[in-house]
Every structure is written in structure tokens, then in C-alpha cells.
Design a binder for this molecule. Structure first.
Ligand code: COA
Length: 260
């Protein structure tokens, strides 16, 4: 695909994706969602890429939401289709088998906050601002915000943000559990790379099983989630990397994982 609203910087094993509509505060129009969908579909097939950083261009915004100009024309049927398409793209990101870190460098509002929540981890710059202001527009979030936010930070806190539409700063987002770390804007990329490089030193299959069991487990009962965990524990025991990891520990050496 020809990318016009995303910048893709491949630096194996990492890929940095930058939302690139700074004049519109990186608002997520249809084209941007299509490009995200395509980029994450390609990532699954690209063996060189093992970790992804997602950020916004410019100093002001990660993404200031879905594109309000596009939303205005929606009705009952097209509105539902609009939400379903965005949800499908964000589910692809959440279900990515490789770790995805959102680097939130300014406003993450509406769809921008929902996009950050679909990523596996979130790092925020000190000037980041989060919120779900849809109620100000006569809307509710449509890209998974009502569901992911309640799961991520709990029902009471999610309802506070969803009902008031209030914006919160990075420190408050950290206190609420919405972001993993708050750091200076200058060190945001380096901090994201550092976390990904730490993850990439671990057994790749085990890391992808962690992502899969946590993601799938949140959608089922505790009993089914626990059963799922046992399935994947068994799978990890059947991997060469488990033999290597446990042997390396017992032989007091560093493991050499092969992702098999
Ligand atoms: N959709 C479409 N365009 C958007 C947008 C969005 N979600 N958010 C910002 N923009 C556009 C503005 O219309 C403006 O475009 P223009 O220069 O052609 O007029 C440009 O981005 C800059 O935004 P502006 O509002 O001038 O910046 P600001 O610094 O004064 O305010 C915000 C920043 C984020 C507070 C403000 O842009 C805002 O409230 N955005 C909407 C947030 C929102 O409701 N998101 C949920 C959408 S469902």
C-alpha cells in the first residue's frame, strides 16, 4: 500500500509508525485507519520486524480523535459500519503477535485514546493529555473505548472519563493506570526502544503466548481463561526455547532463543 497518512520507519527488528496529519492533530480519518490496517497486516508477515512503536507527528498530538468532519455525515447504518471498521482495525493492533507500544506525545483524545488503549503498552510524555470527549459531540466512543477503558482502569474511573469528557494530564493518567510510564518528550522514543529491546531478548514464542493469553483471557470467564493458560503453558513446555531457557539457567549461561 502507498502510505500517505503514516510514516513507516523500518529499523529491524523495530518498526516505528508515525501518524502523519499534524495539521489536523493526526485525527484518524478513514484513510489513516485503512493504512493502519494494512501496516499491521504486513507486520504479521514481516519476519524482520519483532516490535512496533506507534506515535504521532508534531509536538502537539498523538491523535486528537476520529475525524469529526467525517463523523458529521453519519447516520444509524453508516455510523455502525464506521465503528465496526475502526474496531476491526484496533482489534488487529491489539491482537498483533509482536509487542506494540504507543508513544503518546501530546493529545490522545477520543479515537486517539482508544488507539493508545489498543496498543500493548503506553508511554506518555509529560505534556500528554488523555480523554474521551465524545459526549461533548453527542456521541459515545466507537473504537472500543467503552470496553477497553473499563477493562484497563476499572469501571468507576472509566465512567468518570467517559461521562464527563474531561481531559486528564499524563500524571493523572499514570495514577489511573491508563499509561505505564510518564517521561520527558525527548526520551520517549528511547524509552520505548529500551522496553522493546528488553522484551525481544526473551523467548519470542513465550512473549507471543503472554499477549495471546492475556488478550483472549479477558474476553472469557476466569475458569476458561485459566484453562487457556494451561493450554499455552503446555505449548511453551513443548518449545525448543523452553529447553534452552531452563538448560541455560541450570548451566549458569545466557540463553540463546530461536523462537521455536
Ligand atoms: N477531527 C478533525 N479535525 C480535528 C480534530 C478531529 N478530531 N481535532 C483537531 N482537528 C483539527 C482542527 O479542526 C484544526 O483544523 P483547522 O486548522 O483546519 O481548523 C486543527 O486540527 C488544529 O486543531 P485546533 O482545534 O485548532 O487546535 P487547538 O490547539 O486549539 O485545540 C484540541 C486542540 C485537541 C483541544 C481540539 O482540536 C479538539 O478539541 N479536538 C477535538 C477532540 C475531540 O473531540 N475528539 C474526539 C472526536 S470523536
Amino acid at each position: 500500500m502507498n502510505y500517505t497518512n503514516l510514516l513507516l520507519k523500518k529499523d529491524p527488528p523495530l518498526l516505528t509508525i508515525t501518524l502523519n496529519r499534524p495539521d489536523k492533530l493526526n485525527a484518524l480519518n478513514r484513510r489513516t485507519l485503512e493504512e493502519l490496517d494494512s501496516a499491521f497486516s504486513e507486520i504479521e508477515k514481516d519476519e524482520q520486524i519483532r516490535g512496533i512503536l506507534l506515535t504521532g507527528s508534531g509536538e502537539k498530538a498523538f491523535a486528537a480523535g476520529a475525524d469529526i468532519a467525517e463523523i458529521q455525515a453519519l447516520d444509524l447504518t453508516s455510523g455502525e459500519a464506521f465503528a465496526r471498521f475502526g474496531q476491526q482495525v484496533f482489534a488487529r493492533i491489539e491482537n498483533c503477535t509482536k509487542p506494540v507500544i504507543a508513544l503518546v506525545n501530546g493529545f490522545a483524545l477520543g479515537g486517539g485514546c482508544e488507539l493508545a488503549m489498543a496498543c500493548h503498552l503506553r508511554l506518555a510524555s509529560e505534556n500528554a493529555k488523555f480523554g474521551q470527549p465524545e459526549v461533548n459531540l453527542g456521541l459515545i466512543p466507537g473504537y472500543g473505548g467503552t470496553q477497553r477503558m473499563a477493562r484497563l482502569i476499572g469501571k468507576g474511573r472509566a465512567l468518570e472519563l467517559l461521562l464527563t469528557g474531561n481531559m486528564i494530564d499524563a500524571q493523572r493518567a499514570y495514577e489511573m493506570g491508563l499509561v505505564n510510564q510518564v517521561i520527558s518528550a525527548e526520551t520517549l522514543v528511547a524509552a520505548g526502544q529500551k522496553i522493546l529491546n528488553t522484551i525481544l531478548k526473551k523467548a519470542p514464542l513465550a512473549a507471543s503466548y503472554v499477549l495471546e493469553t492475556v488478550n483472549r483471557g479477558l474476553n472469557v470467564s476466569l475458569e476458561d481463561g485459566i484453562r487457556l493458560e494451561a493450554d499455552y503453558f503446555g505449548k511453551s513446555c513443548a518449545s525448543n526455547d523452553m529447553k534452552e531457557g531452563t538448560s541455560a539457567f541450570l548451566e549458569k549461561r545466557k540463553p540463546e532463543f530461536k523462537g521455536k
